[in-house]
Design a protein around this ligand. Structure first.
Ligand code: ADP
Length: 644
């Protein structure tokens, strides 16, 4: 039975037991208070009768509001009393009756008269008594507050069923790590991780450490305590950590950095302690902390805003624990982040996360491998070309590709197909990159014409420029936020030269340039283009040192220390602004002149677009003729898809 299953019944019990004492106190006290269960109330006549017969031993006036009547022992044998005494609720020494006398003064006066006239020998006393129920009612708000507090504490510590056990209030300081051990074995292995060869090689060593530590310790070497997986989201960091656990066959504690964070001071640190204690008990084991930047951010940076002491305490505890456990404990901490630059330097020093493993976005070859992993469970048609799909998905992470495969399967199913076709994958790419198709978006014919010329402008300019990315298709079907799009097949360059950047910017400005040339009016439709070129131009000038006037200077700071003061003078700022503007305007004018030269072809393309809504590369070849720069590339692509 797994841990989780074991905990489930306990959880419901635990939630109940908190309320049990409260209920018991309430019920118990109401019982105590009703010590008068063996007494009954007397009417005026009955009271007078008992009084006159001199059967009363004592009259106790309680709180000036009612009287308790005690009967003489010798009278107990008389009929009404005998029945009362034999009742199971009667306790010896307690009053047999209570009597509501109404006005106390009149009652006392009457008693005095009767006592004198009839020569009665009862004893009359007064007593002030606080009823237990009254005090309870006084305490009720506090009891209620405690109950509410208990309830919320329980809710907050709840959901921690896992390694730490059920969601009791006492578990708030327990780690929330999810444990995969022999019962819930990690089945992921390196086979499930496509690409990432370098990273796999590095973690392979960790697997060896865990499997046969003696091999390394024999020679006096120390086993590393932690490794940091750094890379953008969805690139397979969690998958890799799981694969390490799966390969080594050791328990795997998985949690996210934010799981340490709680409203209460000290909880984070206590959770860290608990996590390491549990991991040591199950050693050899792996602790995996996802998004470690949630706690591992450099300390003391935001002291101006008061800082976050709780987070710092948690981080300090983590550092202490990592230092604390000996090299022989065989607990290895793997952590993942996409912001290694913001992490505290103390985390990275040797003896803690002394290894940093970079897990980057997959390249063309790796994407193909990832596709192969994820198409395994799918039913594919013959025509699916993985090579082409890998080319079509630059910038996709492993998670994106997994999502794409799933999306393609859904699209094929929606169209009642027996197998998933190549076109389904392409539709899925469109859908993921561009968003949902919005066929019924209302667009006027005039707007449509502007959009068609805008997109045709992009297509024409990029066709004519050597370094602009080759075009795949142009569409004026609105999707997501965009009204139309030109799709390219970007080269994956490791370094980019100025000319390449400028050509790309020129193609991006092609849309607005076409609007200006044809309609002599420009529109708001170029917003995202402008944003893109402005960023590129700024990067050329201030980051990459690609501007002659500014020279070989960069204002980029890789440590991520944003400062309020710009690292350049006011004069330089002016030059930077001028140069950025010059670059953009230059490319805009270049685009206009290219389009002017090919104005007739631009118009044919726009008309074709208006007519067909989507046009592909083949249509462009028909209008413009073969793109000279593409010949070699085309042959390569053709060759690889033929090989498939
Ligand atoms: P991260 O932790 O880096 O954000 P994950 O490891 O959670 O990313 O990846 C999410 C999903 O993406 C995985 O479950 C897997 O299906 C898929 N994936 C990511 N990278 C790869 C890869 N290299 N090979 C196979 N699948 C991958």
């Amino acid at each position: 039975m797994s841990d989780k299953k074991k905990n489930t019944p306990k959880l419901s019990f635990n939630s109940l037991w908190i309320y049990v004492p409260i209920a018991v106190i309430f019920i118990g006290l109401s019982f105590l208070n009703s010590g008068d269960m063996g007494t009954s109330k007397l009417s005026d006549n009955e009271f007078m009768k008992i009084l006159r017969e001199n059967d009363i031993e004592k009259i106790m006036v309680v709180n000036k509001s009612y009287a308790e009547i005690y009967i003489k022992d010798e009278a107990m044998t008389k009929e009404p009393f005998k029945k009362q005494v034999n009742s199971p609720f009667y306790r010896k020494g307690s009053p047999l009756y209570t009597y509501n006398f109404g006005d106390l003064q009149n009652f006392e006066k009457e008693l005095k008269e009767k006592q004198d006239s009839l020569n009665l020998d009862f004893d009359k006393r007064n007593e002030a008594r606080t009823s237990i129920m009254d005090s309870i009612i006084g305490f009720l708000p506090i009891i209620l507050l405690i109950a509410i507090w208990l309830y919320f504490m329980r809710r907050m510590s709840g959901g921690g069923a896992g390694a730490g056990g059920g969601g009791q209030i006492f578990n708030i300081g327990k780690s929330k790590a999810k444990l995969f051990d022999k019962d819930t074995k990690v089945k992921t292995t390196f086979k499930n991780v496509a690409g990432l060869e370098g990273a796999k090689e590095e973690v392979q060593e960790i697997v060896d450490f865990l499997k046969s530590p003696e091999k390394y310790t024999k020679l006096g070497g120390k086993i590393p305590k932690g490794a940091l997986l750094v890379g953008p989201p969805g690139t397979g960091k969690t998958l890799l950590a799981k694969a390490v656990a799966g390969e080594a066959g050791v328990p795997f504690f998985s949690l996210s950095g934010s799981d340490f964070v709680e409203m209460f001071v000290g909880v984070g640190a206590s959770r860290v302690r608990d996590l390491f204690k549990q991991a040591q008990q199950k050693s050899p084991s792996i602790i995996f902390i996802d998004e470690i930047d949630a706690i591992g951010r450099a300390r003391g940076k935001n002291s101006m805003t008061g800082g976050n002491d709780e987070r710092e305490n948690t981080l300090n505890q983590l550092l202490t624990e990592m230092d604390g456990f000996g090299t022989d404990t065989n607990v290895i901490v793997l952590a993942a982040t996409n912001r290694a630059d913001v992490l505290d330097k103390a985390l990275m020093r040797a003896g803690r996360f002394d290894r940093q493993i970079y897990v980057d976005l997959p390249d063309l070859h790796e994407r193909r491998e990832i596709f192969e992993v994820h198409i395994k469970p799918l039913k594919l048609a013959e025509d699916v070309k993985l090579e082409f799909l890998s080319q079509q998905t630059p910038g996709f992470s492993g998670a994106d590709i997994a999502n794409l495969c799933n999306e393609a399967a859904l699209i094929a199913a929606r169209n009642n197909k027996e197998a998933i076709h190549h076109q389904d994958f392409l539709d899925a790419v469109d859908r993921i990159v561009g968003g949902l198709e919005k066929k019924n978006k209302v667009i006027t014919p005039k707007e449509k014409e502007v959009i068609a010329f805008h997109e045709a402008g992009h297509a024409t300019v990029s066709w004519m420029l050597e370094h602009a990315a080759p075009l795949v298709k142009v569409t004026i079907v609105p999707r997501g936020q965009s009204l139309g799009a030109a799709w390219y097949l970007p080269e994956e360059r490791k370094i980019v030269q100025s000319e390449q950047m400028l050509d790309e910017m020129c193609a991006t400005m092609g849309g607005r340039a076409a609007e200006k040339l044809i309609f002599d009016k420009i529109s708001t439709g170029a917003l995202s283009d402008l944003e893109k070129v402005t960023k590129q131009a700024r990067a050329m000038v201030t980051v990459y040192g690609l501007n002659e006037k500014i020279g070989n200077v960069t204002y980029y700071d890789s440590t991520g220390n944003d400062s309020f003061v710009k690292p350049y003078s006011g004069d330089t700022a002016k030059i930077i602004d001028e140069e950025i503007s010059k670059i953009i305007e230059g490319q805009y004018n270049r685009a206009i002149s290219i389009l002017d030269t090919h104005k007739d072809k631009l118009s044919i393309l726009a008309e074709r677009l208006l007519e067909k809504e989507v046009i592909f590369k083949d249509d462009l070849v028909k209008i413009f003729g073969e793109r000279p720069f593409d010949k070699e590339k085309n042959q390569e692509i053709l060759k690889s898809s033929e090989e498939e």
